[in-house]
Design a protein around this ligand. Structure first.
Ligand SMILES: Cc1ncc(COP(=O)(O)O)c(C=O)c1O
Length: 397
């Protein structure tokens, strides 16, 4: 079925077999094991799935670490939204990142990564835990950072937490034959499709906007069928599975993703503009506020998103006062849900990042939810009022 409108696709994708099953809502398949029609067909089914393939005709799903229909429906839906052949779901965004690294660096152990990245991804790469070596660079240095043993280039756009956009096609050109993985968590498939700009992998922490309600941890990567085989093989071997209950919640979340994203983005744009008028704030980080000099909001990203970061003029003490001054925003890590959250990246999400690449201690990251603009502004006023005490204290010292 072809849909003219992406909203229709978000509602219907991955549900193609439901009519044949005689059901309307997504079924949850919790079976850990599956009957085998015979030893030989059972063995052939095992062989196909354990090496990253799909179920064979007349075969069995064998074991839920190899294949699960509820997870497969979510994967099909996300692949369609990303304009990809396939997607592979994992237990978390970090499990997805781990699988992408393992699948691409078997022989080529070097990775090029453009900062900023989510602190956990930065940590995984910097730790060398998976036997890889990383060169961190900025987006104009990718070509010179590539080596004969480079297996993967990792970028994030918009970047967490300072929301810079990275030119995906530009990085892909510099990377040559090396596959580029784009963390698309902040933009979601509603605003950006990295594969359309030449990326090999589009990764999501599904925990964020895809689920949208802060009640499921998951990760997913959209890519070609050939690359998906490599990821499914790693998943089968390492066991980093998305549980079917999580897949059900994520798939249900996709149906409302476009309208949530549009509503959250509309409020975030107004909030960012309001924050930019406040003298307690030195800088508002929000895509487009810099005038979009490279035109990436026309050519790459179809909107400005719902994440906003602010740099408080009075530094870390003001950031502390601000985060404790708000009442409606929850002071908590994570993002992308219907409730607004805020957190201090240098202390939390980006804590493991090397000192010279850590976010400024005056920076606070806001995830704008579905609350009304007026209530959000009233709460931000409360936070900013709390920073005044810091300024007064400094003036009187
Ligand atoms: C941009 C981004 N990528 C990846 C991750 C990791 O995802 P998860 O927490 O689902 O493992 C996060 C988590 O905050 C994130 O913000």
């Amino acid at each position: 079925m072809h849909y003219v409108n992406g909203d229709s696709l978000a509602v219907h994708a991955g549900r193609e077999d439901l009519e044949g099953l005689g059901v309307h809502a997504l079924p949850i398949d919790l079976s850990t094991t599956n009957p085998l029609p015979g030893i030989e067909i059972g063995g052939d089914s095992y062989e196909a799935l354990a090496t990253g393939g799909r179920p064979i005709e007349g075969g069995s799903h064998v074991y839920a670490r190899l294949w699960n229909p509820t997870v497969a429906r979510f994967e099909s839906a996300l692949a369609q939204l990303e304009g990809a052949d396939a997607s592979v779901a994992f237990a978390s965004g970090m499990a997805a990142m781990t699988a992408a690294i393992l699948a691409t660096t078997r022989d080529a152990k070097h990775i090029v990564a453009v900062r900023p990245l989510y602190g956990g991804s930065d940590h995984l790469l910097d730790s060398g835990l998976l036997g890889t070596e990383v060169t961190f660079c900025n987006e104009t240095e990718v070509a010179s950072a590539i080596r004969p043993d480079t297996g993967l280039v990792v970028i994030e756009s918009p970047g967490n937490p300072s929301l810079e956009l990275v030119d995906i096609a530009g990085v892909v050109r510099q990377a040559g034959d090396v596959p580029v993985l784009v963390d698309n968590t902040f933009a979601t498939p509603v605003l950006q499709n990295p594969l359309a700009h030449g990326a090999a992998y589009a990764l999501h922490s599904a925990t964020k906007y895809l689920g949208g309600h802060g009640d499921v941890i998951g990760g997913v990567i959209a890519c070609s069928e050939e690359r998906a085989e490599g990821l499914r093989r790693v998943r089968a071997i390492t066991g980093a599975l998305l549980h079917p209950l999580g897949a059900y919640l994520l798939h249900r979340g996709l149906a409302t993703l476009p309208i949530r994203m549009r509503a959250q983005q509309a409020t975030a744009a107004r909030v960012a503009a309001w924050l930019a008028t406040r003298d307690e704030i030195e800088q508002v980080c929000y895509p487009g506020l810099d005038g979009d000099p490279r035109g990436l909001l026309r050519t790459q990203q179809r909107g400005t998103g719902a994440m906003v970061s602010i740099r408080l003029r009075d530094g870390y003490e003001a950031a502390k006062a601000f985060t404790s001054g708000v009442r409606m925003f929850t002071h908590a890590v994570s993002l992308g849900g219907v409730e607004s959250l805020l957190q201090h990246p240098a202390a939390l999400t980006h804590r493991p990042v090397a000192a010279d690449a850590k976010p400024d201690r005056a920076l606070v990251r806001l995830s704008i939810g579905l609350e009304g603009y007026d209530d959000l502004i009233a709460d931000l006023e409360r936070g900013l009022a709390a920073t005044k005490a810091v300024r007064l204290h400094e003036v009187t010292q």
